[in-house]
Design a protein around this ligand. Structure first.
Ligand code: BES
Ligand code: ZN
Length: 666
């Protein structure tokens, strides 16, 4: 995995030394004097470590404000218009503005000088497969404002355009963006690194029958008239730029929270997410005021490639969590939590992904505990940690560390590693237990305040923690422990263990069934929530007999389930076990849903054998026109890299031996 040797980054050497010494000599004054902390919400004057995913040069110039004036064209599947940057030049000798782009056609670049717009020279480099095309603009006068006129490609990696047939209502087309990690550059030319934060405004025109929304000040009472204006007055990083348009209507949950969805979905969504206001309130009690005014949810079509995306003021949400019993709403807790961890305090590059996702997974669990109780939050920790263990087992050591070392190659779209999420949350839970909940909560609240509207590195977090937590309560954790959590592979042996009472019952029921022909009594399984079923499925042997699967299916109706979390576990088990009775429903699910997390395990199970590969290709061929570009790319890569075995593995009955011993509830 480490493709680029460390010595190629001599500028990082001092940082590495700093990070090693921080814990020994951590000093608050240094933290406060650090360039990023001094910039007061703008970009750091001097960026400590380079973002390998961007051509931008934040040490020379940063965008302070972006003004978009764009038109959505559903027939051409393009966004066309202008992007105007207000710039802060930090290097007096700089002569160029470098922007990130991907598959954009640039027709004009101008700079404002003496109150008029003058053409500027520019060069668009050949595309790099990962980074896109570097746009270099000659700015000998270091213009305070620069304007780029552009049009996107119909296959822009950060946009999906859906025909009316692909929507719930089948009347109007739909489009949406997904900018994280590095796809904003496919619909706006910009400095596409989270190290830079800026405010934005937008004027958007579209056909008058669609509603347009952005990650900005959406008006619940807005009329559809084909012209919309937006303002995001708080500084955000580029990956939080978002836009969506379609047959979208609004229903409130509370005074400041509500749902935007297609008319046929909106009531179900409001009912499912009715606890959103309660979630905002408990998070405010823990970590201080919600700073973004409104918090709305946008329900996307099932092709949305993620579960959720924390676009500020308007989280984008997969419809696959609307299952009728609120059992998957920790997703909302997660996206809401990002309003503190991620949107307020942001990683300065994807190498520090755990600062966003680990903190958010920890906060998510605290919200779930407050709103639904400790039994539920414990079950969620156990499910996540068992999955973390499984995925760590097959990961190269370099990627098992929370903070990815410089020079480690990162797949921009593969950043959903369980390490940054679940090992990150585990580390914070470890700190909470060592320092006590009261002290740790106060610390975290102070951290969100201290770094509000800034983008930071792991080392800045550690420096702050040294001054405000580790140093304040000496001898509570050792430097070696912190180093191990942050920079070493694997999970420390002294990590706190979560036991789930509920899962003890599930484990006994599973073992009893595996050792006898009788399913657990109804009065036990009737009381199980989604989480218990997920644990039951997660703990089964890799393969079962066709008869065993048929018995489970007859009793619990897994095949054809609407619950995507169950589907992503049941269908791969069915494939591995040769239970072809599930194929039709499996194909329908995999074709309809584009959420990568749910369908990649199914494709992965299919491509192991030749008959499975044939089915995978058949499903993909039918699904492809409806999939998002990010999902299409993942499935294509999986199919291309697979070596299927000629015949399905024979389904053998696996006795409840070692493999099936009760999974320790962590
Ligand atoms: N910000 C992420 C989604 C993301 C991460 C997109 C990295 C692109 C690159 C979002 O908050 C997230 O974590 N979504 C999860 C939700 C889950 C952990 C509750 C998802 O989509 O499954
Ligand atoms: Zn997240």
């Amino acid at each position: 995995m480490i493709r680029v040797p460390l010595f190629r980054f001599p500028q990082l050497a001092p940082l590495l030394l700093l990070s090693l010494s921080i814990l020994v000599v951590g000093c608050q004054r240094d933290a406060e004097n650090a360039p990023a902390a001094a910039a007061g919400g703008g970009a750091p004057a001097e960026v400590a470590d380079r973002d390998e995913h961007s051509y931008a040069e934040p040490a020379k110039v940063v965008t302070e404000d972006l003004a978009l004036d764009i038109a959505l064209d559903f027939d051409a599947r393009t966004i066309a218009g202008t992007a105007t940057y207000t710039l802060q030049w930090t290097d007096d000798s700089a002569t160029q503005l470098v922007l990130d782009t991907r598959d954009l056609t640039i027709s004009k670049v101008e700079g404002e000088a003496g109150g008029t717009w003058q053409p500027l020279q520019y060069a668009l480099a050949d595309a790099d497969a990962t980074l896109g095309s570097k746009l270099t603009i000659e700015t000998p006068q270091r213009n305070a404002r620069v304007r780029v006129t552009y049009v996107t490609a119909p296959e822009a990696s950060g946009l999906q355009w859906l025909t009316p047939e692909m929507t719930e209502g089948k009347q109007l087309p739909f489009m949406f963006s997904q900018s994280q990690q590095i796809h904003a550059r496919s619909w706006v030319p910009l400095q596409d690194t989270p190290a830079i934060r800026y405010t934005y405004t937008a004027r958007v025109t579209a056909r008058p029958d669609v509603m347009v929304l952005m990650s900005a000040d959406n008006d619940p009472a807005a009329q559809r008239d084909g012209e919309y204006t937006f303002s995001m007055p708080q500084k955000i990083p580029s990956y939080l730029m978002a836009i969506a348009a379609g047959d979208l209507v609004f229903k409130p949950i509370s005074g400041r929270a509500g749902v935007w969805a297609e008319p046929a979905m909106v009531d179900r969504a409001v009912a499912e997410f009715a606890d959103t206001e309660k979630m905002i309130e408990v998070t405010e009690q823990l970590y201080g005021p919600y700073r973004w005014e409104r918090y709305d949810l946008l329900i996307l079509p099932p092709s949305f490639p993620y579960g959720g995306m924390e676009n500020p003021r308007l989280s984008f949400i997969t419809p696959t969590v609307i299952v009728g019993d609120k059992s998957l709403v920790s997703l909302i807790a997660h996206e809401l939590a990002h309003s503190w961890s991620g949107n307020l305090v942001t990683f300065s590059s994807a190498k520090h992904g755990w600062l966003n996702e680990g903190f958010t997974s920890y906060v998510e669990n605290r919200i779930v505990e407050s709103v639904y109780g400790k039994d539920v939050s414990d079950m969620e920790y156990v499910i996540a940690r068992n999955a973390l263990r499984d995925s760590i087992a097959s990961m190269p050591e370099a990627t098992q560390a929370l903070a990815v070392k410089p020079g480690t190659e990162l797949d921009a779209d593969g950043a959903l590693s369980a390490v940054s999420y679940d090992k990150g949350a585990w580390f914070l839970q470890f700190l909470e237990q060592r320092f006590g909940r009261e002290n740790f909560d106060a610390f975290l609240r102070g951290y969100f305040d201290h770094f509000a509207f800034q983008s930071i590195t792991t080392e800045q977090f550690l420096e702050y923690a040294q001054a405000n937590l580790f140093g304040k309560f000496p001898d509570t954790v050792t430097d070696a422990e912190i180093q191990e959590w942050v920079y070493a592979p694997g999970i420390p042996s002294y990590a706190p263990q979560v036991m789930s009472r509920n899962f003890g019952i599930v484990d006994s029921a599973r073992l009893a069934w595996l050792g006898s022909p009788n399913l657990p009594p109804r009065q036990i399984t009737d009381a199980w929530s989604t989480q218990e079923w997920l644990h039951f499925l997660d703990s089964l042997p890799q393969t079962l007999t066709v008869e065993q699967l048929a018995q489970l299916d007859a009793a619990y109706g897994f095949t054809g389930t609407d619950n995507g979390e169950i589907a992503m576990r049941w269908y791969p088990l069915a494939v591995r076990s040769g239970y072809t009775q599930a194929n039709e429903a499996l194909a329908a699910f995999t074709e309809r849903v584009g959420r990568r997390k749910l369908i990649m395990p199914i494709y992965t199970a299919l491509v192991q054998t030749e008959p499975g590969m044939a089915l995978a290709k058949e499903i993909f061929a039918r699904a492809r026109p409806g999939y998002h570009p990010i999902t299409t790319a993942s499935v294509e890569a999986l199919i291309a890299g697979a070596t299927p075995a000629p015949a399905p593995a024979p389904a053998v009955e696996v006795p409840p031996a070692e493999d099936a011993a009760p999974t320790p509830a962590n």
